[in-house]
Design a protein around this ligand. Structure first.
Ligand SMILES: Cc1cc2nc3c(=O)[nH]c(=O)nc-3n(C[C@H](O)[C@H](O)[C@H](O)COP(=O)(O)OP(=O)(O)OC[C@H]3O[C@@H](n4cnc5c(N)ncnc54)[C@H](O)[C@@H]3O)c2cc1C
Length: 482
């Protein structure tokens, strides 16, 4: 029996798992998908918000303010790329300058001190590509950019290294509770646990409904994006927001931590929690709205588009805590933006909440907060490359030419804990396929490496989910050989 069973291996579940892995507890994470970070956590703006945006007194404001400063330490321990490039909220009219003042005051109330209102000249100095109608900005120098899937992979890998069990492709379909334990039933197995933590993103209400009629409802709110080639990466120096609306923080323009340019999202409420389609109409909306920030965004350098689903709760705030109706069941639900920025603080809080259930539990002496360093070939000096290739020639074979990713890096992430088993899992970990050709050249080579390292047939290698077959069988062979 597990002490704690976490449903959902997004950034929220992974942060909680890593915090719990510091203690002598039997912990597991279940996810219905074929990889960690394979839902909302893989498709968002990837901003670590400074913390002025959430309404004072809310859990969003509290956990954003506590979480954002924790990223420097966590990213150092886990070797995850993170940059505090600062953010700007731009005012395009005198009216919006007043909005900036309210945002500033809100930030101060939230305990965010390093924020300033800039005049037009200072704003244009920071962002020369802004439209001329920009009047000024709210500047938050501590705002940051991160790679959310690398973060979540790293959090999970470190949690597993410290004793947590990870089960993928396990969709929770029912939960039973008796006096002593929960029985969590997936399409494959039954797990028992003393405590259950519900981090199921847009499906958190469905999961809660398995133990009691829910008293909250989650609406999926879709946001669509353009990803531009690295040639456009220097178009913006900071995260550039427009003034927020009640639905979202508006269309932003930002460099990514890996040097691309990201433009989006819109906000569209849906009924379908699986609808991740990009649509011409909404992408046009994003493009038109982004023109308010700058008329010259080089959209012709677009290399990809994607969509993510915000888990919007009808309570208006994060729902974090033990259910009053079902003792031992902890909801961490409605984790919409700024959920990524809040994740480390939520992890810490839920860990404390659970530790209260055990008396005298001490941190394990052998807990290791560090993840084995990742080789990033494209950041190495010529001498470092020579030394590395001498030791391991697979680091001398470039597989992804756009992003300069070597065979050695791919082999490494396949064999790490919580390792990659699909084409997209490799892409999320080492960026093979993230570049200009989007895997057109390296895809088949990555498949060969996966097939060899995981000892499976080429046609068994999938793009992402177990159903996402790429090959159906060998050509020019008989029916039986297929
Ligand atoms: C458009 C958009 C922009 C955003 N921008 C930002 C931003 O810039 N900064 C920021 O701080 N936040 C941002 N957010 C919010 C942030 O992305 C989320 O708060 C965060 O990713 C939520 O993580 P999670 O782990 O709670 O949910 P998810 O990542 O959705 O994880 C939930 C997991 O539960 C699993 N699951 C669901 N049902 C079951 C089941 N029955 N059985 C087993 N597993 C199950 C899923 O497979 C999934 O892996 C944005 C969100 C969106 C959509």
């Amino acid at each position: 029996m597990y002490d704690v069973l976490i449903i959902g291996a997004g950034v929220t579940g992974a942060s909680i798992a890593r915090e719990l892995s510091r203690y002598d507890l039997k912990v597991c994470i279940l996810d219905k998908n074929n990889d960690v970070a394979d839902a909302t956590t893989k498709a968002n703006s990837a901003i670590i918000h400074a913390g002025y945006d959430a309404k004072p007194g809310t859990l969003k404001a509290k956990f954003n303010a506590l979480g954002a400063p924790m990223f420097d330490q966590i990213c150092k321990e886990l070797d995850v790329p993170f940059k505090r490039i600062g953010s700007l909220v731009i005012a395009f009219s005198e009216e919006e300058m007043k909005t900036l003042e309210s945002l500033y005051e809100q930030g101060i109330k939230n305990g965010i001190e390093n924020i300033h209102i800039l005049d037009k000249a200072k704003t244009m100095e920071l962002e020369p590509n802004l439209i001329d109608s920009a009047q000024g900005a709210l500047h938050a120098p501590d705002g940051g950019i991160i790679c959310p899937f690398e973060l979540t992979v790293a959090l999970t890998e470190n949690a597993v290294e410290n004793g947590v069990d990870l089960f993928l492709n396990q969709q929770v379909i029912d939960i039973e509770k008796n006096e002593k334990e929960f029985k969590v039933i997936t399409q494959k197995e039954k797990f028992t646990a003393k405590y259950v933590v519900n981090c199921a993103g847009v499906f958190a209400d469905t999961i809660y409904h398995m133990v009691t009629p829910t008293d909250f409802h989650i609406t999926p709110r879709k946001g669509q994006y353009f990803v531009l080639d690295k040639e456009a990466g220097n178009f913006a120096n900071t995260v550039i927001f427009q003034c927020p609306t009640p639905q979202s923080k508006g269309v932003l323009v930002t460099p990514t931590v890996h040097g691309n340019l990201l433009v989006g999202p819109d906000a569209e409420d849906l009924n379908d929690k699986t609808d991740l389609d990009n649509t011409r109409e909404r992408l046009n909306f994003v493009r038109e709205n982004a023109k308010k920030t700058s008329e010259n965004i080089p959209f012709h350098l677009t290399i990809n588009i994607f969509a993510g689903l915000r888990a919007v709760p009808d309570t208006g705030d994060f729902i974090i805590g033990e259910s009053e109706k079902v003792k031992g069941f902890i909801n961490v639900a409605g984790i919409e933006s700024p959920g990524l920025s809040s994740a480390p603080a939520i992890g810490n809080y839920v860990k404390d909440l659970l530790l209260d259930k055990w008396e005298g539990l001490k941190e394990k002496e052998n807990f290791n907060p560090y993840r084995r360093k990742v080789v990033r070939f494209n950041e190495l000096t010529p001498q470092e490359i020579t030394d590395l290739v001498k030791k391991n020639p697979s680091y001398g074979r470039i597989v992804c030419r756009c992003e300069l990713v070597t065979e050695g890096e791919i082999i490494d992430v396949i064999h790490r804990k919580a390792g990659a088993t699909s084409l997209d899992a490799i892409k999320r970990r080492v960026r093979a396929g993230m570049g200009r050709c989007q895997g057109g050249f390296c895809g088949p080579r990555v498949m060969e490496i996966l097939s060899r390292e995981l000892n499976m047939e080429m046609h068994e290698v999938v793009k992402d989910s177990p159903e996402s077959k790429i090959l159906t069988g060998k050509t020019k062979c008989s029916e039986e050989e297929h």
